[in-house]
Design a protein around this ligand. Structure first.
Ligand code: FAD
Ligand code: SIN
Length: 532
């Protein structure tokens, strides 16, 4: 079956839905998403959206904080773009119905309550208590549902991008309809890749199950230019509990006064950085890692018991309720926390309009590398980046779509293999856990050349096996994701092996120094070649 649309959007998080709303008046839009509409990282975002609203803040300060956090690799133009266009995009979300925590000024205008997070020199995080992502996702989904030109295709797993004969232009995507168990095709004038991150390549991650790096893998197979995949960000504080599935304890809790202590009760961050708990995220994650390694403890503790209980419950209701489920009352008990994989700073390289190296293919949100985050993303700059660049991409895509004649037929044969469930799921589950464990143990917060080499050798063998399996076996959702996870894990390791220095999130024991002369450049990877 072939669907034809003016705009094809792969992903229904903040990036995809923002773009959908902005192009929908000019053409027919398909939003292809692999699970339910709201299944996205966006839906889990807690802290908020960084943007300049405080009269004591300024664009210059937000730019400075972002660039400092990026450790020399942020692209100044991209940073200036998200910072200067941010307030307008945030106001649009509020006007659309996102219930950000706010009061009103004398003329009835909203005055946003601004939270604080690590690396920010002032309070600038617009938030909806501690469930900002859910508020944003719900608002955007409701607005999309009301638009007659926007059509959702849920339970559709994008498999691969469709290219023209020359391999230069994207024509659409083929996808597995997992409910009807068949492969369908989407042809479009413009395709937006907004499939989010890759946290699920790691054993412990804050990311929901959709975050399997599909977009990065598809773009790589299609020959697009990718970059900076070595910069995987680990969030310092997730709940340490066997059933909590790395539940995030927002950085905003530290911004509100939370103190990190080791098992001896010491406020250890004093030894690591003058900003203590509000140091940049890479610094805090490494400090916790060092404390745990030195003591042999399985976690450290986030202590908020000195803060007024009612204020805590009012500001962090989602975190409070979740912890209560695990019999932990955060107003009195120290919260056991450990770091977990959280965000990918690199991705599909784009320009300031979301254009990738392939014609008619755009990328925005976490899957993209716009240059904003450099070697370490500043907290709450991700939702901001997504909303700003999706807006810009929508304006550009409108023009791209305008002068394009869509092909009538598919560039190749339709898939006619088997798509029923497979009895050999155990093989897939085994390979998956092996990759996730390798990535966690060998490609984590602190890395070494030897560990990376070991990880690469193993992942390469698994990836080759999986590729054979993919061709021979029935197509299932778990096989599709395993294939992407194996590809992306390999790319992350290759980028990490390439960068022979320590910078931001990439910390190497055998290359401990930052070397600006040789390495103040993005790592670029395309069709097997890696360079900077
Ligand atoms: P997502 O929101 O992840 O959406 C991706 C979409 O693509 C999903 O709909 C998914 O189903 C779909 N998809 C994926 N693969 C396929 C495929 N093969 N076929 C079809 N569909 C596919 N950032 C902040 O700025 N502030 C915060 O407070 C914050 N808190 C966070 C808390 C948590 C727990 C997590 C996990 C992340 C947080 N982040 C935060 C990061 C931020 O939420 C994400 O980077 C951002 O939401 C990404 O948006 P996106 O639209 O690019 O991707
Ligand atoms: C958090 O709330 O700590 C997450 C913020 C982010 O990832 O930007």
């Amino acid at each position: 079956m072939i669907h034809k649309f003016d705009y094809l959007i792969i992903g229904s998080g903040i990036a995809g839905l923002t773009f959908a709303l902005k192009v929908a008046d000019t053409g027919k839009v398909a939003v292809v998403t692999k699970k339910e509409r709201a299944d996205s990282s966006t839906n889990y975002a807690q802290g908020g959206i960084a943007s300049v609203f405080d009269p004591n803040d300024s664009f210059e300060r937000h730019i400075e904080d972002t660039i400092r956090s990026g450790c020399g690799l942020s692209h100044p133009e991209a940073v200036e773009t998200i910072v200067s266009e941010g307030p307008e995009r945030v106001r649009e979300l509020y006007t659309l119905g996102a219930e950000f925590t706010a009061g009103k000024d004398s003329s009835g205008e909203p005055v946003f309550d601004l939270g604080r997070e690590g690396g920010h020199s002032v309070n600038r995080i617009v938030h909806a208590r501690d469930y900002t992502g859910q508020a944003v996702e719900k608002t955007l989904l409701e607005a999309c549902a009301d638009h007659p030109n926007i059509h959702f295709f849920k339970h559709h797993y994008a498999l691969d991008l469709l290219l023209d004969e020359g391999g230069e232009s994207c024509l659409g995507v083929c996808a597995l309809n997992s409910e009807e168990r068949r492969v369908v095709y989407f042809l479009s004038k413009v395709t937006l890749l907004c499939t989010g991150g890759l946290g699920r390549i790691y054993l412990h991650t804050t990311n929901p199950s959709i975050a399997t790096g599909d977009g990065i893998a598809m773009a790589y197979r299609a020959g697009a230019v990718l970059g900076n995949l070595e910069f995987t960000q680990f969030h310092p504080t997730t709940l340490y509990h066997p059933e909590a599935n790395s539940f995030l304890i927002s950085e905003a809790v530290r911004g509100y006064g939370g103190i990190l202590r080791n098992s001896g009760g010491e406020r250890f961050m004093e030894r690591y950085h003058p900003d203590k708990e509000l140091a940049p995220r890479d610094v805090v994650a490494r400090a916790i890692d060092a404390e745990m390694k030195n003591s042999g403890d399985h976690c450290v503790y986030l202590d908020v018991s000195h803060l007024e209980p009612e204020g805590l419950k009012r500001n962090f209701p989602y975190i409070y309720d979740n912890c209560i489920k695990y019999k932990l009352d955060i107003t009195v008990d120290p919260i056991p926390v450990v770091p977990a994989a959280h965000y990918i700073c690199g991705g599909v390289v784009t320009d300031l309009h979301g254009r990738t190296s392939l014609k008619h293919l755009y990328a925005t949100g976490e899957v993209a590398m716009t240059g904003v985050h450099g070697a370490n993303r500043l907290a709450s700059n991700s939702l901001l980046e997504a909303v700003v660049f999706s807006h810009r991409a929508a304006i550009d895509a409108h023009q791209t779509a305008g002068d394009y004649i869509m092909p009538d037929s598919l560039p190749g044969e339709e898939y006619n293999g088997r798509v029923e469930y497979d009895e050999e799921e155990i093989l897939i589950a085994h390979d998956l856990i092996e990759i996730q464990r390798l990535m966690w143990d060998y490609v984590g917060i602190v890395r070494s050349s030897m560990r990376l080499q070991r990880a690469y050798e193993r992942v390469k063998i698994i990836a080759e096996d999986v590729e054979k399996f993919y061709i021979e076996q029935p197509l299932t959702e778990s096989l599709v994701e395993l294939r992407n996870i194996a590809t992306v894990a390999g790319l992350v390791i290759r980028c990490a092996q390439f960068r022979k220095e320590s910078r931001g999130l990439h910390c190497m024991v055998d290359w401990p120094e930052r070397d600006d002369e040789k390495w103040r450049r993005d790592t670029i990877i395309k069709s097997g070649e890696i360079y900077n």
